[in-house]
Design a protein around this ligand. Structure first.
Ligand SMILES: [Zn+2]
Length: 125
């Protein structure tokens, strides 16, 4: 089994709280090398989800960002984790909507699980 970077540990711990039937995602927001917030996806009817995603699911990234009250995150990294029932990492790249929301907080770097591994990305949008 592939060794996952330590940074995923907290995101994984958050993901188990998800009430989503198929996709249990966890997200940690890192600022200046320290975790400042965690979140997981869930079914919840929230004005902000309807506005941004047009659905009733709060994505893990958004759940982690909401408590931060729209303040700018310095040297921010979004860490997103998902695994399947067997415990294998699965694709958790932030969707285009979450990328825009993350960018509004000044977060352009992501680390996320992929099918069988993980990836890092810097996104200027
Ligand atoms: Zn999303």
């Amino acid at each position: 089994m592939l060794k996952m970077p330590k940074v995923f540990r907290l995101a994984k711990a958050a993901s188990v709280h998800s009430n989503h039937r198929r996709y249990k995602m966890g997200c940690v927001i890192i600022s200046n090398g320290k975790p400042v917030s965690v979140g997981f996806n869930s079914y919840k009817n929230h004005t902000i989800t309807r506005k941004f995603h047009g659905s009733q699911t709060i994505h893990a990234e958004l759940a982690a960002l909401l408590p931060l009250k729209f303040k700018k995150i310095k040297h921010g990294i979004a860490v997103v984790f998902r695994q399947d029932k067997e415990g294998n990492p699965r694709m958790a790249r932030p969707c285009s909507v979450c990328q825009k929301i993350l960018a509004s907080y000044g977060i352009k770097d992501y680390i996320y699980t992929t099918n069988g591994g993980f990836s890092k990305e810097h996104n200027e949008i």
